[in-house]
Design a protein around this ligand. Structure first.
Ligand SMILES: *[C@@H]1O[C@H](CO)[C@@H](O)[C@H](O)[C@H]1NC(C)=O
Length: 228
């Protein structure tokens, strides 16, 4: 009968032979290999995760700045120059951190969005005569349809548009019709034949930033929207 001690002996010999051979091939001590490999894999991943977390934190802070500065400014129409400046800087920061590379075709834009800030002094910013209404956008990427609502008490303005994708950052928006509704009943609807150029600069789960301008003009107006 072979004792356990004797049975282990050839195994030790095998190991003793295997280690130098395998080290000669790999240049590494075999039993350290799994640990070293793990470390080489995990450390960069931890660093990347940390960088991601910093970026996420920065984006959150930029959004917070926009929301706080725009609060109580009636879509930005009543914003002070200081507020506009702070928001403009935050918008530039967001654009630099845009996570949605296919921004002009991404399904992420589909849904209902509340306007929280704009630099436009006009109706698309909610201004109706002396009043300022609430502006909401409904976007349906699959349908290629975009509807802009301006709501002021019982009155609703409804602007319908479609678009062509110009390139990776721009839409040519074609306005189709504008209607006015009172208590949900359509009073008047006019067909439109106008176009504008939108530069889309930021899109994620809960915020969008775009700059809209007419085809003739160079300067545009920025719009920041939050998912409703
Ligand atoms: C898209 O086209 C416009 C001109 O209409 C140009 O200024 C812009 O740089 C283009 N953007 C990209 C991402 O190609």
């Amino acid at each position: 009968m072979i004792s356990t001690r004797h049975a282990r002996f050839p195994l030790c010999l095998l190991l003793a032979a295997f280690i130098p051979i395998s080290t000669a091939f790999t240049g590494k001590v075999p039993w350290r290999l799994p640990v070293a490999e793990k470390r080489d894999q995990v450390l960069p991943r931890l660093k990347a995760k940390h960088a991601d977390e910093v970026a996420v934190e920065e984006v959150r802070a930029l959004k917070q700045t926009i929301l706080e500065e725009a609060a109580g400014t009636s879509n930005g129409l009543k914003a002070t120059p200081q507020q506009r400046d702070a928001i403009s800087k935050a918008i530039n920061g967001l654009a630099a951190a845009n996570p949605t590379k296919d921004i002009t075709t991404s399904e992420l834009a589909t849904g209902t969005w509340d306007l929280i800030y704009t630099t436009t002094p006009g109706a698309s910013g909610g201004k109706l005569g002396p009043f300022i209404g609430e502006v909401q956008q409904e976007v349906d990427i699959a349908e290629g349809l975009y509807v802009n609502y301006v709501r002021l008490g019982p009155l609703t303005g409804r602007l319908e548009a479609t678009w062509d994708v110009v390139n990776k950052s721009q839409w040519k928006v074609v306005f189709k019709s504008i209607a006015f509704l009172l208590f949900g009943q359509q009073l008047v609807k006019n067909e439109l034949d106008q176009a504008g150029l939108w530069t889309l600069s930021y899109l994620d789960d809960d915020m969008r930033v775009l700059t809209a301008r007419s085809l003739e003009r160079d300067t545009g107006n920025v719009y920041v929207l939050a998912r409703a």
